[in-house]
Design a protein around this ligand. Sequence first.
Ligand code: SF4
Length: 216
Amino acid sequence: MNLSAKAVPLKMCPPAEGRVLLHACCAPCSGAILESLVAAGLDVTVFWSNSNITPREEYDLRLGELQRYCALLGVPMVVDTYDHEAWLCEAAAGREDAPERGSRCSACFKFRLCRAALYAAREGFACLTTTLASSRWKDLSQVDEAGLAAVALAREQVSGSQLVWWGANWRKGGLQPRRAEVIKEQNFYNQTWCGCEFSQRAASSVPTNSNKTQYE
Ligand code: SF4
């Protein structure tokens, strides 16, 4: 483990004792959270399920950055199947023109978190959380709603699962400033759009003098 001495002490506890599955959307969103979970001594596994990201080269780039960081911290990482076509059908169809924080994003969160919850339930994890709401461009309540629904569904499908949703606010407790530091320290590739083609289209229409040059 190569943990920074600057890791922010975790000011919240998981809602259940046992292994934590952290659904991670990208390295910039995950860096500060992950180092704090590890520093707190939690048994954490990273779950990568981000079929929303396109094109494939962009997906691979973001995945590679997080793999590099997990290897540095010695954290196990599970990579879900990439299926952008399924994501388009199940999460985006009919919602292509919805704005960010709208109905497409709710469906997108649910698509990814359902896969994470199912994996967590099958593998006997105690709780599931996500880095999705750590970005200031995301709506925490939308992510929370999707996480709760995903865990409820997984518990229905996997008999005996006691999986619990950990709806933590990862923007609090000093994690937001530390997030920016980790991005710099690790020299993470930092995307300028959320992930799907619709968000890329929206980002490309933002004036170049806007402060939204990085998606953090
Ligand atoms: S903008 Fe981001 S969260 Fe919303 S649908 Fe696209 S990839 Fe998903």
